[in-house]
Write a protein that binds this ligand. Structure first.
Ligand code: HEC
Length: 150
């Protein structure tokens, strides 16, 4: 073993410790927690009304199943009932809407209604929308048949 090796090891050891030492000496103090920013991060649902989610799905546009679209877009509001959205599975909230029929619900979903932006803010095709509506309404007692995903 070379005589130099222990010294090289000692120096590289110090170098490796440098950030830790610097932190211990106070030059890298973490900033105070920014509660406002943290709050903003944990309240995406409250923001969703202003910025509807873009359809982020790995499935190509036009081929998404009702469940795909629901998970990527509609669920952001309908799972928790954000902004007065009829909650998925809530029969009381859905019964009067189911009574409109699938065609009428598709129409209002395309144009938007109240706090719901057109197509829920998504780039869904009409057929994908029909599938998503059926997927949602059927969980609240409807028996809608939508064209299957291709
Ligand atoms: C930004 C929140 C939001 C998103 C995203 C959203 N909705 Fe809605 N949706 C609402 C709200 C709020 C209502 C209630 C509107 C009202 O009755 O005034 C609603 C109502 C509906 C209704 C009932 C319409 C009627 O005539 O009463 C259907 C059907 C519907 N949404 C389908 C969907 C589908 C399908 C998606 C996904 C492509 C979706 N929504 C995404 C907020 C949303």
């Amino acid at each position: 073993m070379s005589k130099k090796l222990p010294r090289v090891l000692a120096i590289s050891g110090l170098l490796a410790l440098a950030p830790v030492l610097a932190m211990a000496m106070g030059s890298h103090q973490p900033k105070d927690i920014d509660f406002e920013a943290a709050n903003a991060r944990i309240q995406p649902l409250a923001k969703v009304k202003l910025a509807p989610p873009a359809a982020a799905s790995s499935v190509a546009r036009g081929s998404r199943s009702g469940e795909d679209l629901y998970k990527a877009v509609c669920g952001a509001c309908h799972t928790a009932g954000v902004a007065g959205a009829p909650k998925t599975g809530d029969k009381a909230a859905w019964a009067p809407r189911i009574a409109f029929g699938l065609a009428a619900l598709t129409k209002t979903s395309i144009t938007g209604k109240g706090a719901m932006p057109p197509k829920g803010g998504s780039d869904a095709t009409d057929e994908e929308l029909v599938r998503a509506i059926a997927f949602m309404a059927n969980q609240a007692g409807a028996n809608f048949k939508a064209p299957a995903a291709k």
